[in-house]
Design a protein around this ligand. Structure first.
Ligand code: SF4
Length: 369
C-alpha cells in the first residue's frame, strides 16, 4: 500500500535541485522522482515558459483538442468533521440541507438539460444521512441519463465502492488535503477524517473495487506546495503501477474564501499553480488534470491548451443551488461565475473543443460514426 514519504525529506529533495537538474528533466523521456522534484523546485521558476511548452505539446498529443466539462452537484452540506479550512465544518453556523432523492434528481436533470453528461456528486461527510444507501438509490435513478457519475463524499470501503459501481457510479475523487501528516493533524480537529491513513488508502480501494476513474489531489494553501506536488506525483505513480486499468486524475483546489474566515497558512500564487500543473503533466502525460471554478476566468482561459484537460463550469457549491440560485450554505465562493455557454465559447475561442460528455461516450460516438 502507498505510504507518504517523510514530508521533510520530500521538501529537501525539491530544495536541492539545480538549474542543471531542471534542464535534464525537461529533456528526459520518462521522468522519475528526481526529475519531478527538479520541475517543482525554485530552480525551475526561470524555466516556466519551457515547461508550459512541453506540457502543452504533451497535452495536445495525448488528449487532442478536447476539454471535458463537468458540473458538481452538492447533495448535502451536513458534515461530521471539523476541518478548520472548510465552510461545511461541523462547528460552522450555516444553513444545513440534505437534498431528498427527488430534489437531487431534479438538480441533476437541470444539469442534464444544460448539456452535461458527466456529473460529480458532492457532499459533506455525514454517512448517517448521505451514506451508501442514499448514493446507491440516487445512482440508480440517474445511471441511464448520464455517461459518467463520480462521487466526492466520505471515504468508503472497497465493498461499498463495488456496490456503488454496480449501481452506476463510475468514479471517485478523494483529496488527501495535505500529505504533511503534522499539518493534517492540525487541520482536522475532530471526526473520522482525522484518520490520515484510511483516507490515503481510499483511492486504492476505489480502484480495487473496479471504478473506472480515480481522482486525487491536495488543497493548495495548507503546506509547502512543492513537497505536496512531489507527494501527489508519487501517489499517482504508485496508483498507475498498481491499477493500470484505472483512469487517473489530479485536481488543484486552491483555497477560496469560505465560512469561518480561515486564512491559508501557505498561500499559493498563480505562477506556482502553473508550475505545479506543468510539472505533473510532464511527469505523467496521461493523467487528467482538472481546473475548477475556484480559479477566475482570466487564469482559466490563460491555461487553456497548456495542460488541464477538464474544467468545471457554471458551478454552484450549495445544495439545491442550481434550481434555487439564492440557496444558502455554500462550501466556498467560486471565482468563475460564467455560464456553461460562456465557458464553452472561451474554450472554442482558443481553438479547442468543449465536450460535455464522458470520454467513453465520446469514443463510442466516434466509433459509431
Ligand atoms: S472538507 Fe469535507 S470533511 Fe472537512 S468539513 Fe468540509 S465537507 Fe466536511
Amino acid at each position: 500500500m502507498f505510504d507518504t514519504p517523510d514530508f521533510d525529506t520530500l521538501a529537501g529533495e525539491v530544495a536541492v535541485a539545480t538549474a542543471h537538474d531542471v534542464e535534464r528533466a525537461l529533456k528526459c523521456p520518462r521522468l522519475g522522482r528526481r526529475e519531478l522534484a527538479a520541475l517543482l523546485s525554485p530552480a525551475a521558476e526561470p524555466f516556466l515558459e519551457a515547461m508550459a511548452a512541453r506540457s502543452a505539446a504533451l497535452t495536445s498529443q495525448r488528449f487532442g483538442r478536447v476539454i471535458q466539462l463537468y458540473a458538481p452537484l452538492y447533495v448535502s452540506n451536513l458534515c461530521a468533521n471539523r476541518c478548520v479550512y472548510c465552510g461545511f465544518s461541523a462547528e460552522n453556523r450555516i444553513e444545513r440541507r440534505v437534498l431528498s432523492l427527488a430534489e437531487a434528481e431534479a438538480e441533476a436533470m437541470l444539469l442534464h438539460r444544460r448539456g452535461f453528461n458527466h456529473l460529480l456528486l458532492v457532499s459533506g461527510e455525514a454517512p448517517g444521512v448521505v451514506g451508501v444507501e442514499y448514493l446507491e438509490a440516487l445512482a440508480l435513478r440517474l445511471r441511464d441519463r448520464f455517461a459518467a457519475i463520480s462521487i466526492e463524499v466520505q471515504p468508503l470501503s472497497t465493498a461499498d465502492y463495488a456496490r456503488l459501481f454496480h449501481a452506476g457510479i463510475t468514479g471517485v475523487a478523494v483529496y488527501q488535503e495535505t500529505y504533511n501528516r503534522e499539518v493534517y493533524r492540525q487541520m482536522h480537529l475532530a471526526g473520522p477524517k482525522r484518520d490520515y491513513d484510511f483516507r490515503l488508502a481510499t483511492p486504492a480501494r476505489g480502484a480495487e473495487a473496479g471504478l473506472r476513474e480515480v481522482g486525487i489531489g491536495f488543497l493548495l494553501g495548507l503546506s509547502d506546495w512543492r513537497a505536496e506536488g512531489l507527494a501527489v506525483g508519487l501517489h499517482l505513480a504508485w496508483l498507475r503501477k498498481a491499477f493500470w486499468r484505472t483512469a487517473l486524475t489530479v485536481s488543484f483546489p486552491r483555497m477560496r474564501p469560505a465560512s469561518g474566515d480561515f486564512e491559508p497558512p501557505r498561500a499559493v500564487g498563480e505562477r506556482e499553480l502553473s508550475q505545479l500543473l506543468f510539472a505533473l503533466r510532464i511527469f505523467d502525460p496521461d493523467v487528467g488534470l482538472l481546473l475548477s471554478t475556484r480559479e477566475d476566468p482570466r487564469y482559466r482561459d490563460g491555461m487553456l491548451g497548456l495542460g488541464p484537460t477538464r474544467y468545471s463550469a457554471g458551478s454552484c457549491t450549495a445544495p439545491g443551488g442550481y434550481a434555487e440560485p439564492d440557496a444558502a450554505g455554500e462550501q466556498f465562493s467560486v471565482g468563475d461565475h460564467r455560464s456553461i455557454d460562456e465557458v464553452s465559447a472561451a474554450i472554442r475561442a482558443k481553438g479547442l473543443d468543449p465536450v460535455r460528455k464522458d470520454w467513453d461516450a465520446v469514443f463510442q460516438q466516434d466509433e459509431a460514426a
